[in-house]
Design a protein around this ligand. Structure first.
Ligand SMILES: NC(=O)c1ccc[n+]([C@@H]2O[C@H](COP(=O)([O-])OP(=O)(O)OC[C@H]3O[C@@H](n4cnc5c(N)ncnc54)[C@H](OP(=O)(O)O)[C@@H]3O)[C@@H](O)[C@H]2O)c1
Length: 295
């Protein structure tokens, strides 16, 4: 009998936090991958044996070559919305299945119900995908665990003081490796078509507790210095986009006094428990440790 060829999966956001892991997981499973980047120099960050295709979500026709014959697409959208209709139109003529990295904007918890331009964009793209009649799985992770590295690692390495607002606000950070594992499974198994998965980490932890866990793991006392929202706006002025700052402040403020929303979806889909925040920090501990300690 002739061997049935497995069609390739086109992975957008392939150099990003979730997409990069999706690439590895699909390759480990023997699924051919086309990894999309819009920067040719980023190819070096991808495995040597992966097929890298240059494509730009803001230039829909640039995706055509990569889409040819693709069995499924992992869609990560981090660019402005203008070209989303044209991109989804192209997906609909080229492929059958889409797994879309979205957010839990439908979840009735105050953290997820604040004004949020990303949520509006995600909802718009979900509508486009549904109208195009594609088989879809929507992946809705809450706060990524790796935000802790992007937000706090520099301060922790520098002077061990995290200056941050809403220390008591609780989130349930989800490890991107778990998000990617759910996405990879959904790309490979038809039974996940129609799936709508809100993914969180296993426990609700205040931001101050998260900082304290990092201190525990790296064996160093880290101080948490509470900032007011306005102080945080001033501290991030010029380095963070203001809409992102306002979005985060609104979400943290709204969740004060409540535990974070926690789901069992990672366990339900993968059959293994989601990684804890402590595990995430242990696996990335070097990021929080000054490589040049004083003698
Ligand atoms: N951060 C969180 O806590 C969180 C929580 C829930 C959901 N999300 C959602 O997860 C998604 C990923 O966000 P992220 O911040 O983690 O980003 P990311 O995936 O780490 O990085 C952005 C990716 O977008 C790609 N990209 C950028 N411009 C592009 C373009 N013009 N054409 C094609 N690809 C382009 C980049 O690839 P190249 O530069 O190599 O082309 C990169 O792979 C977003 O939709 C975000 O809203 C985030």
């Amino acid at each position: 009998m002739p061997r049935t060829e497995v069609p390739p999966v086109l992975v957008t956001g392939a150099t990003g936090r979730v997409g990069r892991v999706v690439v590895d997981l699909l390759m480990d499973a023997g699924v051919p991958v086309r990894a999309v980047t819009h920067r040719s120099e980023a190819a070096a960050t991808l495995p040597a044996d992966v097929e890298v295709v240059t494509g730009d979500l803001t230039v829909p026709e640039s995706l055509d070559a990569g889409l040819r014959g693709a069995g499924a697409v992992f869609l990560v959208w981090t660019v402005p919305p203008a070209t989303a209709p044209a991109v989804v139109e192209r997906l609909a003529v080229s492929t059958r299945r889409v797994v879309f990295l979205s957010s839990p904007h439908r979840t009735p918890h105050p953290f997820f119900r604040q004004p949020n331009p990303m949520a509006v964009l995600h909802a718009d793209i979900e509508r486009l995908i549904a109208a195009a009649g594609l088989e879809t799985t929507v992946i809705r992770p809450g706060m990524f665990a790796s935000n802790a590295m992007f937000w706090w690692a520099t301060a922790i390495r520098a002077d061990g003081v995290v200056r941050w607002p809403y220390g008591a606000a609780e989130t349930a950070p989800v490890d991107e490796r778990d998000v990617a594992a759910v996405a990879a499974l959904a790309l490979c198994q038809d039974e996940h078509a129609g799936g709508d998965y809100v993914l969180t980490g296993p426990e609700s932890l205040s931001q101050a507790e998260q900082v304290s866990i990092i201190g525990d793991v790296v064996g160093r006392r880290i101080a948490f210095e509470e900032l007011s929202p306005d102080e945080f706006r001033r501290e991030t002025e010029g380095s963070w986009p203001r809409p992102v700052v306002d979005m985060l402040l609104a979400a943290w403020g709204a969740t004060m006094g409540r535990p974070a929303f926690v789901t069992s979806t990672v366990l339900d889909v993968l059959g293994s428990a989601p990684r804890s925040f402590r595990q995430f920090v242990a696996d990335h501990a070097t990021v929080f440790i000054d490589p040049t300690p004083s003698r």
